[in-house]
Write a protein that binds this ligand. Structure first.
Ligand SMILES: *Cc1c(COP(=O)(O)O)cnc(C)c1O
Ligand SMILES: [Zn+2]
Length: 427
């Protein structure tokens, strides 16, 4: 296991702390594994055996795959809430909305703090503790901070969270506050916060758990390991993921590469990365056929977790996820996102707005004929329905912003005939 710079290619030994994990050239560091000694069949059996474990770190949906994520980390440093272990649901209701033969939804929203950020954060915090840090930091659109605050509290450490003043869901701020993080609210954007922590964290003794922390990407790879494991190592034609900072898109591509290189799967599925139209610099770069991202200065989307104009991990995503002829990007409007969310919620699975971008994007790609309607797909749902209750209020109840599939209150006196009429007329 070693670090490699995504820009200049320089390599560094893994035990060299490089907080906040940027190379001297300014590039991001990536983790490169040495999987030569991995015995795939034996590991498959081991992964199966661990499914009956309920108490050790291997009961976690991340650490179950430790050999592929962080083989060198000594067990006592693992801080886990048994993250991962999330449901993979077949939904015919959402499939028919999307217009595809078979659709499964991977509910990363079922993680302990309510988003997939836990898959990566357990790895980052555990590694930080191993390095001896007791103070952790991140800049966040909300879910990263909730996750960091949770793991810091769990491990008896403290967290310092930089929050842009605007464009963050109140639910996420409150969750972070409740877990006891030191909150620093600043005027500016997510991108400003990232830059600040890059410059000053090491001097402040803070271990940086932003998405540039490469251990987060290693942990997030477990998402696709778990999907493959749940499907007995037979993946669908397409995997669809929302893209903000692009760490999850990177983890998906990198995790798939591991599985393929090691022979866990014999065929690579196609990948679709979906961005919100108001914050889609990666999609625009891909459309232009370019390989240099032009940051967007005023990103704007209702899907707050995707409201990122300068995604830190874009080069990694380009490298790991954008295989020629097998990967596409697409952007969707906020209305498309919110309508898709209403369908996912109504199916009983539920998600926050950003997550529904995957479903909205798949629907668009099927309609455009890019994805065949006879194919099979898994959409990643990244965050929990309660992560943004304002969005629910706006969509279903507020007169000005009410959506196409809004649900309503029925006001009635508790009178037998009135209620009977209502119940009988309702579906
Ligand atoms: C962070 C987040 C995203 C975006 O993931 P990236 O790795 O930043 O691209 C999408 N949805 C939710 C709910 C998130 O919390
Ligand atoms: Zn470099």
């Amino acid at each position: 296991m070693r670090f490699q710079c995504t820009d200049c290619g320089d390599e560094l030994p893994i035990d060299q702390a490089r907080n906040p994990y940027t190379c001297s050239c300014g590039g991001l560091l990536d983790i490169v594994h040495d999987f030569r000694s991995v015995d795939t069949d034996q590991l498959k059996r081991e992964f199966d055996n661990r499914l009956s474990d309920r108490m050790s770190p291997y009961a976690s949906g991340v650490w179950r795959y430790k050999e592929l994520i962080h083989p060198l980390l000594p067990e006592p440093y693992i801080t886990t809430k048994y993250e991962g272990n999330t449901g993979l649901y077949t939904s015919s209701a959402v499939a028919s909305y999307v217009g595809i033969r078979e659709l499964k939804l991977k509910a990363q929203s079922e993680n302990p703090s309510g988003s997939f950020k836990d898959n990566g954060m357990t790895a980052a915090v555990s590694h930080g503790r191993y390095l001896g840090y007791t103070k952790f930091t991140c800049t966040s659109t909300g879910n990263t901070s909730s996750s960091l605050a949770m793991y810091a509290a769990l491990s008896g450490s403290s967290s310092f969270v930089f929050l842009p003043e605007r464009g963050i869901s109140l639910n996420k701020v409150l969750q972070t506050l409740a877990y006891g993080a030191h909150l620093i609210s600043f005027p500016g954007t997510y991108d400003d916060g990232i830059r600040f922590s890059e410059l000053y964290s090491e001097a402040l003794g803070l271990y940086v758990c932003n998405s540039m922390n490469p251990f987060r990407i290693e942990g997030q790879k477990s998402m696709i390991y778990e999907i493959a494991h749940q499907l007995r190592w037979q993946l669908p034609d397409w995997i669809v993921v929302p893209g903000g900072a692009l760490s999850n898109a990177t983890a998906l591509g990198k995790g798939l590469k591991d599985l393929h290189d090691l022979g866990f799967i014999d065929k690579l599925p196609n990948i679709a990365v979906v961005q919100a139209e108001g914050a889609s610099p990666f999609h625009e770069m891909m459309e232009a056929g370019g390989n240099k991202l032009k940051p967007q200065t005023n990103p704007s989307t209702r899907a707050t977790a995707l409201n990122i104009g300068n995604p830190p991990s874009w080069k990694k995503a380009l490298h790991y996820t954008m295989r020629p002829n097998h990967s596409v990007t697409v952007s969707v409007t906020d209305t498309e996102i919110m309508d898709a969310k209403a369908k996912v919620d109504r199916s009983g699975i539920g998600c926050e707005p950003a997550s529904a971008a995957s479903v909205a994007g798949l629907r668009k790609l099927v309609r455009q004929g890019v994805i065949d309607k006879e194919s099979t797909a898994v959409c990643i749902l990244t965050g929990h329905v309660l992560k943004d209750t304002d969005a629910i209020q706006e969509y279903h109840l507020d007169v000005d912003t009410k959506g196409k599939f809004a649900n309503v209150f029925h006001n009635s006196e508790l009178e037998w005939t009135k209620i009977r009429q209502f119940v009988e007329a309702a579906q």
